[in-house]
Design a binder for this molecule. Structure first.
Ligand SMILES: Nc1ncnc2c1ncn2[C@@H]1O[C@H](COP(=O)(O)OP(=O)(O)O)[C@@H](O)[C@H]1O
Ligand SMILES: O=P(O)(O)OC[C@H](O)CO
Length: 613
């Protein structure tokens, strides 16, 4: 054997050995197969070819550092039998304190399970999307105000998205499945799943977060306290509302005998979509959630980040059904099957908090608004729980590691944003594709006096009225679908303005610009309307997959991939979130105030429409 190339750099914490047989010599990335890796200390990555190490077919031995920020070593040993030069690197990267290290490609994946679709995305260390696949799944609306999903269909989509993404990744020949070192999971929050502990089968359809069937449950629960809907606000940061998981679970227990029985027989497990996905990806070995998702259940004490017996008793649930609360960034388990079998899952975070991370809003005072099915403005409040006096939620943003500090946020939630566009498309048939709404809305300068309060399931922040109903006012014979489309987009923008005003009152600071992302921000017209209504700049990044990126960053950070550490934002300097398009306000204050006045009057018409819910 002859040593053909070797490089050493100082400092060592982790090593990896990869043994490659001749058939892999042209593509070393094929040869990696991780059989185990520790977070610190000596650990070994052994390829299946280890078994061949005594065999004459072994032609190349390479030794690389698993974490080149700590130690970089590249040693290629070739036997006499190897006729070709072993390609030592495909994506070199340099880390502080070391010379450039030649390494195998490394990628990070993210399952982003939103309200209407699941996607899987694979990123490189620069946050470039290398491959992705997205699938919409069915939404069920069995009664007015009800919204359900099939939890098993979501899992099928997760598996298919992972497998199809990896197939796309490998098709190009540049990367292989084994380059994906770790994945994160991010999810629509609050959506409630219950399943049988032995069979793993869902006991009923999931109740989706916008579902408003629980208005009566809210009345009953709030009657238990003289604080009414604020009964648990101090402990949870949340008002009693149809929005949160605890109330949905209480409804299931009260109305579905099979769920009640499973609960009482200790045969049931509960989880939000993150728990459900991780449980299934790990072949039912791991029943966990993260602090950000747990903070949306009303079972967790916001400051202690632990399930609270008093809160569970308030809702009458057995604490044994709850998943363990973990941080948003640590190794939880490995994927049990499919194209990424054996890959670690190391990030879990609610999708809106993920977008905060993906937008690198790590400092107190930084904020973003994500316009997906709903729209959610999160304002980082650092290590402080800021209690809102103006209808906002206090929530956990993220906790990037078991021993890391917890970050909190103030949140303004809008129940209906992109879902109104979907409704205009699917239920009214005014458009065939989502993007057409902006094209039609852009053909007129105003709505001609039309306001559309999209209170399909009541109103969330800052109004909190579960009796509000969807309302259109100001229609005349002049009105056509262009005005209606514009009014639909304006509705989300007015609600965002109401949230920004509430946030300015709570924080004492008015935002100077708003960072945005999510599906609806694809519409330039909607973003211009938003800037006009807010009277501040709206900044839209080129890379709009901030949600998926956020969970990828947390997952990568958990294993030190690319040297990432969310708690040290400077380690993310290569993660490219630059490149913004700025929308500047184009109307004057007087016009803006007239429009806002009309909106507030329209909201008053919508409020309280549903009597005796
Ligand atoms: N060009 C567009 N104009 C307006 N709305 C859009 C456009 N593209 C997507 N949307 C809306 O964005 C939503 C999807 O955004 P996404 O961030 O994927 O949501 P989610 O994560 O909630 O599933 C859909 O409701 C869709 O109607
Ligand atoms: O699906 P999205 O992106 O609208 O997000 C849903 C939220 O997590 C619900 O709280």
């Amino acid at each position: 054997m002859t040593v053909r190339q070797h490089q050493y750099f100082t400092g060592s914490a982790r090593w990896a050995f990869i043994l490659a047989p001749a058939r892999y010599a042209q593509n070393p990335s094929n040869s990696t197969g991780s059989l185990g890796r520790g977070k610190a200390g000596l650990s070994l990555l052994l390829d299946v070819c280890w078994l061949h190490s005594l065999s004459p077919t072994i032609t190349c031995i390479t030794c690389i550092a698993a974490d080149p920020s700590l130690f970089a070593c590249n040693l290629v040993v070739r036997t006499q039998r190897c006729p070709t030069i072993y390609p030592t690197t495909t994506t070199p990267h340099t880390h502080a304190g070391s010379k450039q290290a030649d390494t195998m490609p490394e990628l990070v994946g993210s399952v982003d399970a939103g309200t209407t679709s699941v996607r899987f995305m694979v990123f490189d260390e620069f946050a470039k999307v290398i491959a992705s696949h997205q699938m919409e799944f069915n939404q069920y609306y069995p009664h007015p105000g009800w919204h359900e999903q099939d939890a098993h269909e979501i899992i099928d989509c997760v598996h298919e998205c992972i497998d199809k993404t990896i197939a796309k990744l490998e098709k190009e020949g540049k990367y292989s499945a084994s380059d994906v070192k770790v994945i994160g999971v991010t999810n629509q929050r609050e959506t409630t799943v219950v399943w049988d502990k032995d069979s793993g089968k869902a006991l009923t359809r999931a109740i989706a977060w916008p579902d408003a069937r629980t208005t009566h449950t809210i009345r009953e629960l709030s009657a238990k306290s003289d604080k009414g809907v604020d009964a648990l606000k101090e402990e949870t940061g949340l008002p009693l509302s149809t929005y949160f998981a605890s109330v949905k679970l209480r409804w299931m227990l009260d109305n579905l005998p099979e769920v009640r029985k499973a609960h009482d027989d200790k045969q049931m497990l509960f989880g939000t979509i993150d728990s459900w996905i991780v449980y299934n990806l790990t072949d039912r070995k791991v029943h966990i959630t993260d602090a950000s998702n747990a903070s949306r259940t009303m079972f967790m004490d916001l400051r202690a980040q632990k399930w609270d017996k008093k809160l569970c008793d308030f809702f009458g649930i057995d604490m044994d059904i709850l998943p363990d609360i973990k941080s948003s960034s640590e190794v939880y388990g490995t994927i049990s099957k499919g194209a990424l079998e054996g890959v670690q899952i190391a990030g879990i975070v609610g999708d809106q908090m993920a977008a905060l991370v993906g937008n690198k809003c790590f400092q107190p005072g930084e904020a973003k608004n994500t316009y997906g099915t709903g729209a959610f403005l999160l304002y980082n409040t650092g290590d402080k729980v800021v209690s809102s006096k103006n209808g906002l939620l206090s929530t956990i943003a993220y906790k990037a590691g078991p021993d890391a500090p917890v970050y909190y946020a103030l949140e303004g939630s809008i129940a209906v944003a992109g879902s109104a566009v979907k409704w205009v498309r699917d239920s009214l048939g005014l458009i065939k594709e989502a993007h057409e709404i902006g094209e039609l809305a852009g053909q007129v300068d105003t709505t001609g006096g039309v306001y559309f309060v999209t209170a399909f399931n009541g109103l969330f922040c800052p109004y909190w009225d579960d009796t509000a109903a969807g309302t259109v006012v100001g229609i005349t014979a002049y009105t056509d679908k262009r005005h209606f489309c514009r009014a639909t987009l304006e509705s989300t923008c007015y609600q965002t303005k109401a949230i920004l005003d509430a946030m300015a009152k709570d924080s004492g600071v008015a935002l100077k610009a708003l960072q945005v992302d999510g599906g609806l921000t694809n519409s330039d017209v909607a973003m211009q309307i938003q800037a006009d209504i807010l009277g501040i700049n709206v900044e839209r990044p080129e890379m709009r997959e901030s949600t998926a990126l956020g969970s990828a960053l947390l997952a990568g950070s958990a294993i030190g991939l690319f040297g990432w550490d969310i708690n040290k934002p400077e380690t993310l300097s290569k993660v490219n979130t630059a490149g913004k398009q700025v929308f500047e306000p184009k109307i004057d204050d007087q016009k803006r105030n007239e429009l806002l006045h009309g909106w507030e009057r329209a909201v008053e018409r919508a409020k309280g429409w549903n009597e005796n819910p």
